[in-house]
Design a protein around this ligand. Sequence first.
Ligand SMILES: *Cc1c(COP(=O)(O)O)cnc(C)c1O
Length: 237
Amino acid sequence: MFTSEDELTIRKNLNEIRERINNAAVRSGRNPEDILLVAVSKTVGAEAIETVIKEKVLNFGENRVQELVQKYDIFNERCNWHLIGRLQTNKVKYIVDKVTMIHSLDRLGLADEIQKRAQACNRIVDTLIQVNVSGEKTKAGISPEEVHDFVRKVSLYPNIKVKGLMTIAPYTEDPENVRWIFRRLRNISVDIEGENIDNIDMQYLSMGMSHDFEVAIEEGANIVRIGSSIFGERQYT
Ligand SMILES: *Cc1c(COP(=O)(O)O)cnc(C)c1O
């Protein structure tokens, strides 16, 4: 059950996160307003999401298609939905007309399907290319060596708009250990921007989660994906 105490906790968490985002932005000479908070609402119920909407956070991240669709049906156009997790090709059709952005474009087969489904509903889908900077075998993403080539290929898909890059850093006690990952992604993005490829825009760097978002912002993140620090530890059922 969602209580008024839960609501207070979420509001307090959110205020703290906003303050930390602002401070990290200012520390690195950036405008806090340029940093988009995506509240990661996977496993989180509608009342908790409603609380955050009331606080004027209007962007939510989900990693499962079915959950995204359910929540989309509840909240509709009141907020924006970001698909941040691994996307199976056969599920693209369920979300192509619902998502604001897909953060996890990581293979050409997926691009083919997004293209096909986006064209069918006459939409251009904003995407980020997921890069596996850390090189961990368990993580999805294009390797840093292959990303230039991949970007050039995706640039030819008329119904896909590449708006930047995304990465997930491994969990570590001390986020300083993963600073290099964020810096590397930023450098890759600057290199790609410099190539001036048609239909490719390196506007966004989606990097940083609850335990490492400040370091990510210092290294240039302008989208941070934060879940547990807002909603509390996830309860998987
Ligand atoms: C769950 C998740 C997050 C948020 O993680 P927290 O540690 O709860 O902030 C961010 N990005 C992706 C891709 C996720 O799956």
